[in-house]
Write a protein that binds this ligand. Structure first.
Ligand SMILES: C[S@@+](CC[C@H](N)C(=O)[O-])C[C@H]1O[C@@H](n2cnc3c(N)ncnc32)[C@H](O)[C@@H]1O
Length: 349
């Protein structure tokens, strides 16, 4: 495990506030719909001013791109007649579980597991306990429990777990996932299609630690013939240019470094995150290309009326430094055709 500098860790945990504030801002300005984010905002985050239009558009494209892939994942599971599991690593104050649970495909979810540093899971668990709106979607309140000093929350589908993802997963994650129910069955079934979400977290980890994490999940799902393991990463890349230098300098001033970005100089290099672990397919696309090719024209039109955005060239420059990478490992050859469909569909009018 690399970099356990306590100040650096606190700075990494704080990046969650930025993500949550950006989401709240985009929701308040009408870019995205997220009725849950306000209940999960870290302390003090409410007081921050809305983000500039460029950031709001970026949040919209990121959110739209990831939503499309996750929704399609749920749709493919439904078509296959299966429930699925989603594991969000470095979940922070993300609201995706509640958005799915309130949506049309809630029944497709067998498990939704979130992992973050204990400091962040404690705050999130408390926020969940305080909010009726969040609590009601966890199911019967008698089935919701806090444990391990308030760092952990279990409910029938949703689980919130504390772990440092840089530690050896056999020692950190494995005991947490071992069991959540009285019958002693493991929290994650290796027979259900399972999607790993890494939204803006791998940049803060050394590549060897992220590799060990992905390899551990690959191993976990390798023994079951029907096993399907998906991975979705949203991250910066290509930071060796002038834009990247400014970003590194800004983050350094906040005691944050980005060791996980280093190996990825180009968009073409990103799928190796998954292909080197034997994934059946993997692809990557920049946010710039998502905006151009995967967002419906009517949506682009709608968001263009929300705020005045002068800096269109600057927007492209920012968006071409962020990408979504996704891949799937399908153990059974017969099932591979279905899962090869997982990806972006061309946009409509
Ligand atoms: C930028 S935030 C993103 C939060 C969320 N995924 C989102 O997109 O809204 C990064 C999150 O990853 C978590 N994180 C980073 N490194 C971690 C590690 N080694 N172990 C556990 N969590 C980590 C941070 O605490 C933070 O909550």
């Amino acid at each position: 495990m690399h970099n356990a500098n306590p100040d650096g860790d606190e700075a990494i945990r704080q990046t969650n506030s930025d993500a949550a504030v950006a989401r709240l801002s985009a929701a308040q300005k009408g870019y995205i719909s997220d009725p849950f984010v306000r209940f999960l905002l870290p302390r003090g985050a409410h007081l921050q001013p809305p983000r500039p239009p460029l950031i709001n558009v970026g949040t919209y494209v990121r959110s739209e791109g990831i939503d499309q892939l996750v929704n399609q994942w749920l749709e493919l599971c439904e078509r296959d007649g299966k429930q699925c599991q989603i594991v969000s690593l470095g979940a922070g104050s993300d609201t995706r579980f509640w958005r799915i649970a309130a949506g049309a495909r809630a029944n497709v979810l067998a498990k939704y597991v979130e992992v973050d540093f204990a400091e962040n899971t404690t705050k999130k668990a408390m926020a969940i306990r305080k909010s009726k709106e969040l609590g009601v979607l966890l199911g019967n309140q008698d089935d919701v429990s806090l444990s391990n000093g308030g760092t952990t929350l279990h409910s029938p589908v949703y689980h919130l777990l504390p772990a440092d993802l840089r530690r050896n997963p056999s020692e950190s994650l494995a005991p947490l996932l071992a069991s959540s129910s009285s019958d002693g069955s493991p929290m994650l079934s290796n027979a259900l299609p399972t999607l790993l979400l890494f939204e803006c977290v791998l940049a803060y980890m050394h590549p060897e630690d992220s590799d060990a994490l992905i390899a551990w999940f690959v191993e976990y799902f390798s023994t079951e013939q029907s096993g399907v393991l998906g991975g979705l990463v949203y991250e910066m890349f290509g930071l060796q240019d002038a834009f990247g230098k400014v970003m590194h300098t800004n983050l350094k001033a906040r005691n944050v470094s980005l060791p996980g970005v280093e190996p990825y100089a180009s968009v073409a290099s990103l799928p190796t995150r998954f292909t080197r672990h034997g994934f059946t397919t993997s692809h990557a696309i920049t946010l710039r290309d998502i905006r151009r090719s995967c967002v419906n024209q009517s949506e682009l039109e709608r968001i263009s009326h929300l705020e005045l955005l002068d800096e269109v060239e600057e927007l492209d420059l920012v968006l071409e430094h962020y990408a979504v990478t996704w891949g799937v490992k399908v153990n059974c050859v017969d099932a591979q055709a279905l899962w090869r469909e997982w990806g972006f569909k061309p946009s409509r009018n």
